[in-house]
Design a protein around this ligand. Sequence first.
Ligand code: FES
Ligand SMILES: [Fe+2]
Length: 357
Amino acid sequence: MYISNTWYIAAEPQELGERPLARTFLGKPVVLFKTQSGRIAALDDRCPHRFAPLSLGRVIGEHLRCGYHGAEFDCAGACVAVPGQSIVPPKAKITSYPLVQKHGYIWIWLGDPREAADHSTIPDFLYRSDHPGWDGGYGHFESIRANFNLINDNLFDITHAEYVHPESFGGEEMRIYRNAKPGTEYVDGQMTWVSTERGIVFRMRSLNMQSGGPFYRWMVATSLGRDSYPDPIDLDMEVSWAAPSFTSFLLNSRPAGKPREAGAEVCNMHAITPETESSSHYFYRSVKNYGDSSLAAVFVAGVKAIFDQDKPLLEAQQGRVGAVDLFSQQPVSFGGDMLQQRARKINRTLLERENQG
Ligand code: FES
Ligand SMILES: [Fe+2]
């Protein structure tokens, strides 16, 4: 079951070139294309004539031409030409899906088109992706053979970092995630959280860290132009989640005792779009507020290494979970699972509301 009445990321703009792009969303095969004048469109990827995928066709001017018998469709999905005949069958029309460009991505609406005018479900906290004061934009796209809820859970479950990502994000400080209290403040050695109808924000602070996840120390070192930084550091982490599947990590690391304003900051954005019930598109982007683009290669390699740790685990987990929802199988839960369960509840409520509506 998918939440349909919401905006999902469909593609990065540079993915749309001369050739149409085939991508499945919420179990529906869709073709995305860009016309000669630069208009972008999304249509059902099935020609109404003999059901050939339109993604095997070509963009001709402002139209998409089917690669089988040459029928042409406009951006709204109307057939505008059939070769060799002057009449276009009136039923030759396919569904088109609303698109919008924001935060450096192409977003798609697959639900009730009457509600698509409302862009408010595109989360604001992704603004850093196109903020001029931030350097980077190291994008990464990954196809993961796992249900999008499992990936959402994974992003909420930072306790796994200590075991899956010990050489980057994960140290003992991640255990304070289990010490969660409602609130909006940063408290040393604690995690505070607050939730709304469609979102959750949590904050954690760990001061005077001598050990901990090596990435945070590396941030301090590179922001100071050094190879390493052996002294204690302070870390703040703010994680914003918006339904159904957007998570942004804002990390602030600094030499211990320095004000937060002096911290090196990195913002990692994760957006999951369901492909099918057991596979997902994963859009990732990282930006930082210090240094220059010479660090790009290190970031890109680091991001790939982290995906290579999570991806096999998630795909193997999906294999064990099978074709039904994890929670229908009564898994055991730990203290650190509280927020991921809250996120799942928000999504369940949205789905129920959509099904009732
Ligand atoms: S299948 Fe598309 S024109 Fe025939
Ligand atoms: Fe992970």
